[in-house]
Design a protein around this ligand. Structure first.
Ligand code: PLP
Length: 462
C-alpha cells in the first residue's frame, strides 16, 4: 500500500515557483487540507499516485490564488458592477491614494496654527457646495449613512416610528433590506400607502406623536408601471415641515451630473441637488456608484442636522479612513472643477459606440492571422449602469463575440472559454448570450486592449 506523502515532500515538489507569491504557511495549510481529504477518502484503500496527489494540490493552490483580491478586466458591460468592485477611480484619485498611503498627512491637523484640526473639513465643504447643501459629511457607505440617520432620529424613547411608502420597502443586492435596516437601527417601521399607490395624504394620515422621521427611499434596482403614484418630494417636505417631523431621503446611487445628458438611452437619475432643493433635511447616497469614487456614504443637508449626525457617538464607528477621504476629495474636486469627464464611469458612459467598434475591429485585426479555436466577430450589445441604478435603461455598446463551435477544435463551449479567460492573469470576465461568450468593450479600458489580446492568445492555447 502506498503511504501518504509528507507535507514537506509535496512542498519540495511544488518548488519555489509553485508558491507563486503565496505565503508558504498558507500553501502548507492547503497541502495539509488536501492530504486530510485524501486520507478520509482512501479509507484503507490504495492511495492515488504521487503525481495525481501533486496535481490535486496544484488545483487547490490555483483556487487559493484566484481568491486573492486582484484586478480583473470587466467585459460584462455593467459599469458599476458590485461584484467587480463598483466604480474604478479617476487617475487623480489614484494619485491622491498613493501620495497619502505611503506617508503621513494632515488628516486631523491644522497646518495654520499647527494643532489638532478637523477631519475632512475641506472635503465636506466642497461636497456641500456640489450638492447645493448647507453642510455635508461622509461615512463608510450609504448603508452606514442610513443607519446613522435612523439611529439619530429615533434615539428618543417616545418617537420611534419611521414612515415609509409600501412601494419603497426595497431590497438592494444581497442582504440589504430596508425593513431589516430599520429594525437593526432601533426604529419602528410604519408602512404608508400601498405597493403601487401612495400620496402625501397617506403620510399625513400616518403622522402621530410617535413619528420620528419621514423617509423616502430610492427604488434603485426596480421600477413600477401601470396604475402608480408616489408623492413628489417637495410635497412630502412641506408636510414634514408643517408637522415638525424631519424628512430624510436615501438616494442610493445618486448622480452628480444629469445622466440623461451623458448618453442616449439613459433615464434621469435623481440627484442630491434635487433632493436638497425639494427640501429634505438630509440626503444620503453612495460614493462608489454613479458618482465614480471610492466606497463611501455621502450625507448632505441642513447644517444643524449634519452637525448633529457628526456628534452621534456611533459616527466614530462609521468614519472613513484617510485613503477613502483622499480619493473622495480628489473625485469631488473633479466635479467642482468641471472635469468629471476624467471619472472612469462617466468617461465609459460617454464613449461613442463608433470608438468602441474601432477598438473591437483593431483587436480582431491583431488576432486575424492566428489559428484560434473560435470565430471572433464584432456585435452590437447593450451596456448597463448597474449598481442598482436605472434598471430600465441600457446604453448601446459594442462587444466581441466568440463563436467557439466554428473554430478548429469544435470542443470549446462558451462556458469553457469563459472559464479559461477567468483563469488568466489578469482574469477577464465576460457573459454568455445564446451560447456565445461576449466581452463588452464599454467597460474595458482602452489601455487594456493589449491585455485582452494577450489573454485571448493564452486562452486559445488552453
Ligand atoms: C445601493 C443602495 C444602498 C447601499 O449603498 P452602499 O453604499 O452600498 O452601502 C442603500 N440604499 C439604496 C437606495 C441603494 O441603492
Amino acid at each position: 500500500m502506498r503511504a501518504i506523502p509528507s507535507v514537506e515532500r509535496l512542498l519540495q515538489a511544488l518548488g519555489p515557483a509553485g508558491l507563486d507569491g503565496l505565503p508558504r504557511p498558507a500553501v502548507a495549510a492547503v497541502v495539509r487540507r488536501e492530504l486530510t481529504g485524501l486520507r478520509a477518502a482512501a479509507n484503507g484503500q490504495d492511495l492515488p499516485a504521487f503525481d495525481t496527489i501533486l496535481a490535486r494540490v496544484r488545483g487547490a493552490l490555483d483556487n487559493l490564488r484566484r481568491a486573492r483580491l486582484q484586478p480583473v478586466v470587466n467585459g460584462t458591460g455593467v459599469l458599476v458592477h458590485t461584484n467587480l468592485g463598483r466604480a474604478p477611480l479617476a487617475p487623480t484619485a489614484v494619485g491622491a491614494l498613493a501620495a497619502l498611503a505611503a506617508g503621513y498627512s494632515n488628516l486631523e491637523y491644522d497646518l495654520g496654527p499647527g494643532e489638532r484640526g478637523s477631519r475632512a473639513g475641506y472635503l465636506e465643504r466642497n461636497l456641500a457646495q456640489l450638492c447645493h447643501a448647507e453642510a455635508a459629511t461622509v461615512v463608510n457607505n450609504c448603508a452606514a449613512a442610513l443607519v446613522l440617520i435612523l439611529r439619530h432620529f429615533t434615539r428618543g424613547a417616545r418617537r420611534k416610528e419611521v414612515l415609509i411608502s409600501r412601494g419603497e420597502l426595497v431590497q438592494i443586492g444581497g442582504g440589504f433590506r430596508i425593513p431589516d435596516v430599520l429594525a437593526a437601527s432601533g426604529a419602528t417601521l410604519r408602512e404608508v400607502g400601498t405597493t403601487n399607490h401612495t400620496g402625501v395624504a397617506d403620510y399625513a394620515a400616518a403622522l402621530g406623536p410617535g413619528t420620528a422621521l419621514i423617509l423616502k427611499v430610492h427604488r434603485s434596482n426596480f421600477y413600477q408601471g401601470g396604475f402608480t403614484a408616489a408623492p413628489a418630494a417637495g410635497g412630502l417636505a412641506a408636510l414634514a415641515r408643517t408637522a415638525r417631523v424631519p424628512f430624510a431621503e436615501d438616494l442610493g446611487s445618486g448622480a452628480l451630473v444629469p445622466t440623461e445628458r451623458q448618453v442616449a438611452g439613459l433615464a434621469h437619475e435623481r440627484t442630491p441637488v434635487e433632493a436638497v432643493r425639494d427640501g429634505v433635511d438630509v440626503v444620503c447616497f453612495s460614493g462608489d456608484k454613479l458618482l465614480g469614487g471610492p466606497q463611501a456614504g455621502l450625507i448632505a443637508g441642513k447644517a444643524k442636522t449634519v452637525a448633529a449626525l457628526r456628534r452621534e457617538p456611533f459616527f466614530r464607528a462609521l468614519r472613513c479612513d484617510k485613503l477613502v477621504l483622499g480619493a473622495l476629495q480628489a473625485t469631488v474636486d473633479l466635479y467642482l472643477a468641471g472635469c468629471e469627464g476624467e471619472i472612469p464611469v462617466l468617461a465609459m458612459l460617454r464613449t461613442p459606440t463608433a470608438e468602441l467598434r474601432r477598438r473591437a475591429e483593431q483587436i480582431i485585426a491583431t488576432l486575424g492571422k492566428e489559428e484560434l479555436p473560435w470565430r471572433l466577430t464584432v456585435t452590437d450589445s447593450r451596456a448597463q449602469t448597474g449598481g442598482g441604478t436605472m434598471p430600465r435603461s441600457s446604453v448601446a455598446s459594442v462587444a466581441l463575440e466568440f463563436d467557439s463551435t466554428m473554430g478548429g477544435s469544435g470542443q470549446l463551449t462558451a462556458n469553457g472559454l469563459a472559464a479559461r479567460l477567468r483563469a488568466g492573469t489578469p482574469p477577464v470576465i465576460g457573459y454568455v448570450v445564446r451560447g456565445r461568450l461576449r466581452l463588452d468593450l464599454r467597460t474595458v479600458f482602452p489601455h487594456q486592449d493589449e491585455t485582452l489580446v494577450a489573454a485571448l492568445r493564452t486562452a486559445s492555447a488552453g
